[in-house]
Design a protein around this ligand. Sequence first.
Ligand code: SF4
Ligand code: SF4
Length: 379
Amino acid sequence: MDDIRGTVLLLPGLQSLIDLLRARGWAVVGPTVRDGVVVHAEIESVDQLPRGVGDLQDGGSYRLRHRGDEKLFGYVGGPQGWKSLLFPSRELMWSGRRVGTEVEVEPAVVDAPRLALFGVRSCDLHAIGIHDQVLAKRAVPDPAYVTRREATFIVAVTCSDPGGTCFCVSMGTGPVPDRGFDLALTELPDQDVHRFLVVPGSDRGEEVLEELTTRAEGDEVLNAARADRAAAREVGAAAAQRMGRSLNTDGLRDLLYANAAHPQWDDVASRCLACTNCTLVCPTCFCTSVDDVSDLTGSTTARWRVWDSCFTNDFSYLHGGSVRPSVSSRYRQWATHKLASWVDQFGTSGCVGCGRCITWCPAAIDITAEVAAIRSGED
Ligand code: SF4
Ligand code: SF4
Protein backbone atom coordinates (compact mmCIF):
# COMPACT_ATOMS: atom_id res chain seq x y z
CA MET A 1 0.00 0.00 0.00
CA ASP A 2 3.07 2.23 -0.40
CA ASP A 3 1.73 4.39 -3.19
CA ILE A 4 -1.75 5.00 -1.84
CA ARG A 5 -2.68 8.46 -0.55
CA GLY A 6 -4.39 7.52 2.68
CA THR A 7 -6.23 9.28 5.44
CA VAL A 8 -5.36 9.67 9.08
CA LEU A 9 -7.93 8.82 11.75
CA LEU A 10 -7.66 9.98 15.31
CA LEU A 11 -9.25 7.78 17.95
CA PRO A 12 -12.68 9.47 17.57
CA GLY A 13 -12.29 8.90 13.81
CA LEU A 14 -11.73 5.19 14.40
CA GLN A 15 -14.91 5.15 16.48
CA SER A 16 -16.70 6.96 13.63
CA LEU A 17 -15.51 4.23 11.25
CA ILE A 18 -17.03 1.55 13.50
CA ASP A 19 -20.23 3.61 13.77
CA LEU A 20 -20.39 4.07 10.00
CA LEU A 21 -19.91 0.37 9.26
CA ARG A 22 -22.70 -0.41 11.73
CA ALA A 23 -24.93 2.27 10.20
CA ARG A 24 -24.35 0.65 6.80
CA GLY A 25 -25.67 -2.63 8.17
CA TRP A 26 -22.51 -4.53 9.05
CA ALA A 27 -22.10 -6.03 12.50
CA VAL A 28 -18.49 -5.21 13.41
CA VAL A 29 -16.52 -8.20 14.67
CA GLY A 30 -13.14 -7.31 16.08
CA PRO A 31 -10.51 -8.32 18.60
CA THR A 32 -11.30 -8.11 22.29
CA VAL A 33 -9.92 -9.75 25.42
CA ARG A 34 -11.92 -12.59 26.91
CA ASP A 35 -10.72 -15.27 29.37
CA GLY A 36 -7.08 -14.28 28.97
CA VAL A 37 -6.92 -14.44 25.18
CA VAL A 38 -7.66 -12.12 22.28
CA VAL A 39 -10.85 -13.40 20.64
CA HIS A 40 -13.09 -12.07 17.88
CA ALA A 41 -16.47 -10.82 19.03
CA GLU A 42 -19.00 -8.20 18.03
CA ILE A 43 -17.84 -4.75 19.10
CA GLU A 44 -19.48 -1.35 19.09
CA SER A 45 -16.74 0.77 20.58
CA VAL A 46 -12.98 1.29 20.35
CA ASP A 47 -13.04 0.81 24.12
CA GLN A 48 -13.68 -2.90 23.53
CA LEU A 49 -10.42 -3.29 21.58
CA PRO A 50 -7.45 -4.73 23.55
CA ARG A 51 -5.90 -1.40 24.60
CA GLY A 52 -2.34 -1.68 25.91
CA VAL A 53 -2.35 -5.47 25.48
CA GLY A 54 0.50 -7.47 24.01
CA ASP A 55 1.05 -11.20 23.78
CA LEU A 56 3.86 -13.67 24.40
CA GLN A 57 3.65 -16.70 22.12
CA ASP A 58 5.92 -19.71 21.83
CA GLY A 59 5.54 -23.43 21.18
CA GLY A 60 2.60 -24.58 23.31
CA SER A 61 2.33 -21.29 25.16
CA TYR A 62 0.30 -18.08 24.97
CA ARG A 63 0.14 -15.28 27.54
CA LEU A 64 -1.17 -11.75 27.41
CA ARG A 65 0.98 -8.97 28.83
CA HIS A 66 0.56 -5.32 29.69
CA ARG A 67 2.42 -3.28 27.13
CA GLY A 68 2.57 -0.12 29.21
CA ASP A 69 1.17 1.95 26.33
CA GLU A 70 -2.19 2.67 24.73
CA LYS A 71 -1.80 0.62 21.53
CA LEU A 72 -4.98 -1.06 20.26
CA PHE A 73 -3.32 -3.57 17.90
CA GLY A 74 -0.06 -4.39 19.73
CA TYR A 75 -0.53 -8.19 19.66
CA VAL A 76 -1.04 -10.75 16.89
CA GLY A 77 -3.48 -13.54 16.13
CA GLY A 78 -5.25 -15.33 18.94
CA PRO A 79 -6.45 -18.91 18.58
CA GLN A 80 -9.51 -18.24 16.47
CA GLY A 81 -8.61 -16.77 13.11
CA TRP A 82 -11.70 -15.75 11.10
CA LYS A 83 -12.47 -19.21 9.70
CA SER A 84 -15.39 -19.99 11.97
CA LEU A 85 -17.29 -16.88 10.84
CA LEU A 86 -17.13 -17.73 7.14
CA PHE A 87 -16.92 -21.52 7.37
CA PRO A 88 -18.64 -22.53 10.63
CA SER A 89 -17.51 -25.60 12.53
CA ARG A 90 -21.02 -27.09 12.25
CA GLU A 91 -23.40 -26.30 9.42
CA LEU A 92 -26.81 -27.74 8.57
CA MET A 93 -26.92 -29.02 4.97
CA TRP A 94 -30.49 -30.23 4.85
CA SER A 95 -33.21 -31.70 7.02
CA GLY A 96 -36.02 -34.10 6.27
CA ARG A 97 -39.19 -35.38 7.84
CA ARG A 98 -41.41 -38.33 7.21
CA VAL A 99 -44.92 -37.45 6.02
CA GLY A 100 -46.93 -40.63 5.71
CA THR A 101 -44.95 -42.85 3.38
CA GLU A 102 -43.07 -39.90 1.84
CA VAL A 103 -40.01 -37.96 3.01
CA GLU A 104 -39.98 -34.18 2.66
CA VAL A 105 -36.50 -32.74 2.33
CA GLU A 106 -35.76 -29.09 3.13
CA PRO A 107 -32.49 -27.53 2.07
CA ALA A 108 -30.79 -25.48 4.81
CA VAL A 109 -31.29 -21.73 4.87
CA VAL A 110 -27.88 -20.07 4.86
CA ASP A 111 -27.24 -17.90 7.89
CA ALA A 112 -25.13 -15.10 6.40
CA PRO A 113 -25.11 -11.99 8.59
CA ARG A 114 -23.45 -8.88 7.14
CA LEU A 115 -20.14 -8.79 9.00
CA ALA A 116 -17.33 -6.24 9.00
CA LEU A 117 -14.21 -8.14 10.06
CA PHE A 118 -12.18 -5.52 11.93
CA GLY A 119 -8.44 -5.90 12.48
CA VAL A 120 -7.65 -8.73 10.06
CA ARG A 121 -3.91 -9.47 9.90
CA SER A 122 -2.17 -10.00 6.59
CA CYS A 123 -1.60 -13.74 7.17
CA ASP A 124 -5.32 -14.14 7.81
CA LEU A 125 -6.19 -12.13 4.68
CA HIS A 126 -4.13 -14.63 2.71
CA ALA A 127 -5.87 -17.49 4.53
CA ILE A 128 -9.25 -16.05 3.50
CA GLY A 129 -7.88 -15.76 -0.05
CA ILE A 130 -6.96 -19.47 0.08
CA HIS A 131 -10.45 -20.38 1.26
CA ASP A 132 -11.89 -18.24 -1.55
CA GLN A 133 -9.83 -20.34 -3.97
CA VAL A 134 -10.81 -23.65 -2.40
CA LEU A 135 -14.44 -22.99 -1.46
CA ALA A 136 -15.67 -20.33 -3.88
CA LYS A 137 -13.68 -20.44 -7.11
CA ARG A 138 -13.72 -24.08 -8.07
CA ALA A 139 -16.15 -25.92 -10.33
CA VAL A 140 -18.57 -26.63 -7.48
CA PRO A 141 -18.54 -23.69 -5.07
CA ASP A 142 -19.80 -23.95 -1.50
CA PRO A 143 -22.93 -21.76 -1.69
CA ALA A 144 -22.99 -20.98 2.04
CA TYR A 145 -19.37 -19.80 1.99
CA VAL A 146 -19.98 -17.71 -1.13
CA THR A 147 -23.04 -16.06 0.43
CA ARG A 148 -21.14 -15.24 3.62
CA ARG A 149 -18.12 -13.88 1.76
CA GLU A 150 -20.33 -11.60 -0.32
CA ALA A 151 -21.77 -10.20 2.93
CA THR A 152 -18.31 -9.47 4.39
CA PHE A 153 -16.43 -6.17 4.62
CA ILE A 154 -12.78 -6.40 5.68
CA VAL A 155 -10.78 -3.87 7.67
CA ALA A 156 -7.19 -5.11 7.77
CA VAL A 157 -4.41 -3.94 10.07
CA THR A 158 -0.64 -3.91 9.65
CA CYS A 159 1.17 -6.00 12.26
CA SER A 160 3.56 -3.97 14.38
CA ASP A 161 4.50 -6.58 16.99
CA PRO A 162 4.80 -10.07 15.45
CA GLY A 163 4.46 -13.01 17.82
CA GLY A 164 7.09 -15.52 18.79
CA THR A 165 5.61 -18.13 16.44
CA CYS A 166 4.94 -15.89 13.41
CA PHE A 167 6.68 -16.59 10.08
CA CYS A 168 4.55 -14.77 7.50
CA VAL A 169 7.64 -13.20 5.93
CA SER A 170 8.90 -16.68 4.98
CA MET A 171 5.54 -17.49 3.39
CA GLY A 172 5.24 -14.13 1.57
CA THR A 173 1.96 -13.35 3.35
CA GLY A 174 2.75 -10.41 5.64
CA PRO A 175 3.14 -8.44 7.78
CA VAL A 176 1.70 -5.59 5.66
CA PRO A 177 -1.74 -6.20 4.10
CA ASP A 178 -1.26 -6.20 0.33
CA ARG A 179 -4.61 -7.36 -1.03
CA GLY A 180 -8.00 -8.77 -0.15
CA PHE A 181 -9.20 -5.92 2.09
CA ASP A 182 -11.67 -3.04 1.80
CA LEU A 183 -9.75 -0.79 4.19
CA ALA A 184 -6.35 -1.24 5.84
CA LEU A 185 -5.24 0.46 9.03
CA THR A 186 -1.77 1.07 10.36
CA GLU A 187 -1.50 2.19 13.96
CA LEU A 188 1.12 4.92 13.85
CA PRO A 189 3.94 4.95 16.38
CA ASP A 190 3.41 6.72 19.67
CA GLN A 191 3.07 10.44 19.37
CA ASP A 192 1.13 12.84 21.48
CA VAL A 193 -2.04 11.88 19.65
CA HIS A 194 -3.20 8.31 18.92
CA ARG A 195 -3.48 8.04 15.12
CA PHE A 196 -4.13 5.47 12.39
CA LEU A 197 -3.32 5.64 8.69
CA VAL A 198 -6.19 4.14 6.71
CA VAL A 199 -6.04 3.25 3.01
CA PRO A 200 -8.76 1.81 0.77
CA GLY A 201 -8.30 -1.51 -1.03
CA SER A 202 -11.58 -1.72 -2.94
CA ASP A 203 -14.25 0.54 -4.45
CA ARG A 204 -16.44 -0.24 -1.46
CA GLY A 205 -13.66 0.74 0.92
CA GLU A 206 -13.09 3.96 -1.02
CA GLU A 207 -16.79 4.78 -0.73
CA VAL A 208 -16.84 4.17 3.04
CA LEU A 209 -13.72 6.28 3.51
CA GLU A 210 -15.22 9.09 1.46
CA GLU A 211 -18.37 9.09 3.55
CA LEU A 212 -16.30 8.98 6.73
CA THR A 213 -14.32 12.00 5.57
CA THR A 214 -17.44 13.90 4.55
CA ARG A 215 -19.20 13.28 7.84
CA ALA A 216 -16.16 13.86 10.05
CA GLU A 217 -16.39 16.46 12.77
CA GLY A 218 -13.47 18.58 13.97
CA ASP A 219 -10.09 17.03 13.24
CA GLU A 220 -10.96 13.35 13.82
CA VAL A 221 -10.16 12.60 10.15
CA LEU A 222 -7.20 14.27 8.42
CA ASN A 223 -5.42 13.98 5.08
CA ALA A 224 -2.30 11.85 5.47
CA ALA A 225 0.98 13.71 5.25
CA ARG A 226 4.04 12.22 3.59
CA ALA A 227 5.52 11.66 7.07
CA ASP A 228 2.46 9.61 8.06
CA ARG A 229 2.89 7.33 5.06
CA ALA A 230 6.59 6.98 5.78
CA ALA A 231 5.84 6.16 9.42
CA ALA A 232 3.33 3.49 8.34
CA ARG A 233 5.89 1.94 5.98
CA GLU A 234 8.38 1.86 8.83
CA VAL A 235 5.89 0.00 11.06
CA GLY A 236 5.63 -2.81 8.48
CA ALA A 237 9.35 -2.87 7.72
CA ALA A 238 10.28 -3.08 11.40
CA ALA A 239 7.72 -5.86 11.98
CA ALA A 240 9.17 -7.85 9.08
CA GLN A 241 12.52 -7.86 10.90
CA ARG A 242 11.02 -9.28 14.09
CA MET A 243 9.47 -12.59 13.01
CA GLY A 244 9.57 -15.18 15.80
CA ARG A 245 10.16 -18.09 13.40
CA SER A 246 11.29 -18.64 9.81
CA LEU A 247 10.81 -21.41 7.28
CA ASN A 248 13.13 -22.01 4.37
CA THR A 249 10.73 -22.54 1.46
CA ASP A 250 13.38 -23.15 -1.23
CA GLY A 251 12.42 -26.34 -3.04
CA LEU A 252 10.12 -27.21 -0.16
CA ARG A 253 7.51 -29.06 -2.20
CA ASP A 254 10.09 -31.38 -3.75
CA LEU A 255 11.93 -31.77 -0.43
CA LEU A 256 8.80 -33.14 1.25
CA TYR A 257 7.81 -35.35 -1.66
CA ALA A 258 11.31 -36.84 -1.63
CA ASN A 259 11.20 -37.55 2.11
CA ALA A 260 8.01 -39.50 2.66
CA ALA A 261 10.01 -42.17 4.49
CA HIS A 262 12.16 -39.79 6.56
CA PRO A 263 12.69 -40.93 10.21
CA GLN A 264 11.66 -37.44 11.39
CA TRP A 265 8.01 -38.41 10.83
CA ASP A 266 8.40 -41.14 13.50
CA ASP A 267 10.24 -38.72 15.73
CA VAL A 268 7.43 -36.16 15.60
CA ALA A 269 4.86 -38.93 16.06
CA SER A 270 6.53 -39.87 19.36
CA ARG A 271 5.58 -36.39 20.63
CA CYS A 272 2.31 -35.74 18.77
CA LEU A 273 -0.89 -36.49 20.70
CA ALA A 274 -3.04 -36.50 17.53
CA CYS A 275 -5.27 -34.07 19.43
CA THR A 276 -6.25 -32.14 16.24
CA ASN A 277 -5.61 -28.70 17.80
CA CYS A 278 -3.26 -27.70 14.98
CA THR A 279 -5.90 -28.29 12.32
CA LEU A 280 -8.69 -26.61 14.28
CA VAL A 281 -6.74 -23.39 14.86
CA CYS A 282 -5.28 -23.36 11.34
CA PRO A 283 -7.01 -20.66 9.28
CA THR A 284 -6.65 -22.66 6.04
CA CYS A 285 -7.60 -26.21 7.11
CA PHE A 286 -11.02 -26.96 5.65
CA CYS A 287 -11.57 -30.72 5.95
CA THR A 288 -15.03 -31.76 7.05
CA SER A 289 -17.10 -34.85 7.55
CA VAL A 290 -20.84 -35.39 7.57
CA ASP A 291 -23.03 -36.28 10.55
CA ASP A 292 -26.53 -37.64 10.00
CA VAL A 293 -28.78 -37.16 13.00
CA SER A 294 -32.29 -38.52 13.41
CA ASP A 295 -34.78 -38.43 16.24
CA LEU A 296 -35.69 -41.51 18.25
CA THR A 297 -38.98 -42.03 16.38
CA GLY A 298 -37.28 -41.90 13.00
CA SER A 299 -39.64 -39.16 11.80
CA THR A 300 -37.09 -36.35 11.34
CA THR A 301 -33.51 -36.32 10.21
CA ALA A 302 -30.80 -33.75 9.51
CA ARG A 303 -27.45 -33.78 7.78
CA TRP A 304 -24.71 -31.60 9.30
CA ARG A 305 -21.31 -30.77 7.91
CA VAL A 306 -18.75 -30.59 10.72
CA TRP A 307 -15.06 -29.70 10.82
CA ASP A 308 -12.88 -32.77 10.85
CA SER A 309 -9.15 -33.32 11.04
CA CYS A 310 -6.64 -35.47 9.20
CA PHE A 311 -5.19 -36.27 12.65
CA THR A 312 -8.14 -38.50 13.59
CA ASN A 313 -8.09 -42.19 12.79
CA ASP A 314 -11.64 -42.05 11.44
CA PHE A 315 -10.91 -39.35 8.90
CA SER A 316 -8.99 -41.68 6.63
CA TYR A 317 -11.19 -44.74 7.25
CA LEU A 318 -12.06 -46.39 3.94
CA HIS A 319 -14.29 -49.49 4.04
CA GLY A 320 -12.37 -51.81 6.34
CA GLY A 321 -9.65 -49.66 7.85
CA SER A 322 -7.76 -46.41 8.02
CA VAL A 323 -5.31 -45.70 5.22
CA ARG A 324 -3.26 -43.65 7.71
CA PRO A 325 -3.33 -45.76 10.86
CA SER A 326 -0.14 -44.34 12.43
CA VAL A 327 0.34 -40.86 13.90
CA SER A 328 3.50 -40.47 11.84
CA SER A 329 1.54 -41.01 8.62
CA ARG A 330 -1.07 -38.50 9.75
CA TYR A 331 1.43 -35.78 10.71
CA ARG A 332 3.26 -36.39 7.42
CA GLN A 333 -0.02 -36.11 5.53
CA TRP A 334 -0.86 -32.81 7.24
CA ALA A 335 2.55 -31.17 6.79
CA THR A 336 3.02 -32.48 3.25
CA HIS A 337 -0.44 -31.32 2.24
CA LYS A 338 0.10 -27.86 3.73
CA LEU A 339 3.50 -27.27 2.20
CA ALA A 340 3.65 -29.43 -0.94
CA SER A 341 0.54 -31.08 -2.42
CA TRP A 342 -1.59 -27.98 -1.68
CA VAL A 343 0.55 -26.18 -4.26
CA ASP A 344 -0.35 -28.83 -6.86
CA GLN A 345 -4.02 -28.75 -5.90
CA PHE A 346 -4.69 -25.05 -5.47
CA GLY A 347 -1.66 -23.17 -6.77
CA THR A 348 -0.49 -21.77 -3.40
CA SER A 349 1.01 -23.04 -0.20
CA GLY A 350 -1.58 -24.12 2.34
CA CYS A 351 0.36 -22.39 5.11
CA VAL A 352 0.32 -18.63 5.66
CA GLY A 353 2.82 -18.61 8.53
CA CYS A 354 0.38 -17.47 11.24
CA GLY A 355 2.08 -19.73 13.79
CA ARG A 356 -1.16 -20.83 15.48
CA CYS A 357 -0.42 -24.54 15.07
CA ILE A 358 2.82 -23.98 17.01
CA THR A 359 1.36 -21.83 19.78
CA TRP A 360 -1.67 -24.04 20.37
CA CYS A 361 0.03 -27.44 20.13
CA PRO A 362 0.05 -28.94 23.64
CA ALA A 363 3.26 -30.78 22.76
CA ALA A 364 4.93 -27.61 21.37
CA ILE A 365 5.46 -29.26 17.99
CA ASP A 366 6.72 -26.68 15.52
CA ILE A 367 6.15 -27.19 11.79
CA THR A 368 9.15 -24.95 11.00
CA ALA A 369 11.43 -27.08 13.19
CA GLU A 370 10.13 -30.37 11.78
CA VAL A 371 10.74 -29.20 8.22
CA ALA A 372 14.18 -27.86 9.18
CA ALA A 373 15.04 -31.28 10.66
CA ILE A 374 14.09 -32.96 7.40
CA ARG A 375 16.05 -30.40 5.40
CA SER A 376 19.12 -30.78 7.59
CA GLY A 377 19.42 -34.40 6.51
CA GLU A 378 19.61 -33.23 2.89
CA ASP A 379 22.56 -30.87 3.37
S1 SF4 B 1 0.94 -31.63 16.13
FE1 SF4 B 1 0.36 -30.90 18.21
S2 SF4 B 1 -1.65 -29.90 17.93
FE2 SF4 B 1 -1.28 -31.19 16.11
S3 SF4 B 1 -2.26 -33.13 16.59
FE3 SF4 B 1 -0.10 -33.34 17.20
S4 SF4 B 1 -0.10 -32.75 19.40
FE4 SF4 B 1 -2.05 -32.02 18.56
S1 SF4 C 1 -0.02 -24.67 9.16
FE1 SF4 C 1 0.24 -23.58 11.12
S2 SF4 C 1 1.40 -21.71 10.61
FE2 SF4 C 1 0.59 -22.56 8.70
S3 SF4 C 1 -1.38 -21.48 8.37
FE3 SF4 C 1 -1.86 -23.39 9.48
S4 SF4 C 1 -1.81 -22.82 11.66
FE4 SF4 C 1 -0.81 -21.17 10.52
